[in-house]
Design a binder for this molecule. Structure first.
Ligand SMILES: [Zn+2]
Length: 326
């Protein structure tokens, strides 16, 4: 995680390392940035770095010792964790936290801290309570707050914290990170355009619906060489006609997303992503369709799919529209 941060979130990395090195940490940190920038893991690493007995020369935690492990799994008595990422943080949880802050440290390391993930996900009155103990800490205790939406926080909370910014990676950067996680160049390329973070990219790349959608797209452009009708027939009969009913909608949705990336590559004359993608692009150029016009049809289908329950109907509509364009 430390190496990942140094490479991919250098601003946050430098700010935190600076404090750790000088052994002058602030009372409160706000890790702010869009979803998928690994703020949660960064918060754990930073909390570990406050107490780990085996920190490196720059002050970062080893990440492997018993203390680090207990912090990671939420079993370290002096680091309390509240989590608003899935559901709203309750009033009682905040009251517990307040009580916890007033007590002396239980572990032998003396440092106390608390982490609140998605701190914006609490009521205004809870946020006011948090503000109170951010303002008047009874003892040295480090607050590490994370948020995807700093604009939803009370300005007074933000001003009490040192804001550590996390930035969304560019598309190219996302592709690179996804490939480091083991995705193929093609999956990384398609998914970087459609999913915000590498974890989701990885999960999606392992989905059968996604993988079969990419295959169907490439087969579709191959059939298109023989005319729009051949392509549409393949889609309706062979591809989606035989897809498990419960999976048609999701597969079709990925088909449209992969198609949009493909057509964009076609318009930009991009090559070299992967052999089969290049081959697909060559097939498409031999066919009767214009990339620009097909893109418009696909985007319209994507919009319609959001509000329509019946994917098969939309697949037929797509066929109709393509026939009309040709
Ligand atoms: Zn450690």
């Amino acid at each position: 995680m430390k190496d990942w941060m140094r490479e991919h979130q250098p601003v946050a990395y430098r700010m935190l390392e600076n404090d750790l090195r000088k052994n002058q940490t602030s009372c409160a940190y706000l890790f702010a940035g869009p979803k998928g920038t690994r703020k949660r893991e960064a918060a754990v690493l930073f909390a570990q770095s406050l107490v780990c007995p085996n920190t490196d020369e720059d002050g970062w935690a080893c990440g492997e010792c018993d203390v680090c492990e207990r912090i990671r799994t939420g079993n370290f008595a002096d680091i309390k964790i509240l989590d608003g990422s899935e559901k709203m943080i309750k009033k009682e949880e905040v009251a517990d936290l307040q009580e916890y802050c007033a007590k002396t440290a239980l572990e032998e390391y003396g440092e106390k801290a608390y982490i609140i993930y998605s701190v914006d996900n609490m009521t205004l009155s809870s946020m006011n309570s948090i503000l109170k103990f951010l303002e008047e800490p009874e003892q040295k205790i480090t607050a590490i707050l994370t948020t995807d939406n700093p604009e939803r926080l009370l300005p007074t909370v933000v001003s009490r914290c040192k804001t550590v910014p996390f930035y969304k990676p560019s598309g190219i950067e996302l592709e690179k990170q996804a490939m480091e996680m083991g995705l193929t160049a093609l999956d990384a390329h398609i998914l970087a355009e459609n999913v915000d973070d590498t974890d989701m990219m990885k999960q999606t790349s392992e989905k059968e619906t996604y993988q079969s959608a990419v295959t169907v797209w490439l087969e579709f452009v191959k059939h298109l060489r023989h005319g729009v009708y051949a392509g549409v027939y393949y889609l309706e009969e062979d591809a989606f006609g035989s897809t498990d009913k419960s999976k048609v909608k999701e597969t079709f949705s990925w088909f449209l997303s992969a198609g949009c990336v493909f057509l964009k590559d076609c318009l930009e004359n991009k090559t070299g992503i992967s052999e089969k993608w290049d081959e697909g692009l060559a097939h498409f150029r031999e066919g009767p369709c214009s990339a620009k016009e097909m893109m418009i049809v696909l985007l319209q289908c994507k919009d319609d799919l959001l509000v329509s329950a019946n994917a098969n109907l939309l697949i037929d509509r797509l066929g109709y529209e393509l026939n009309k364009e040709a």
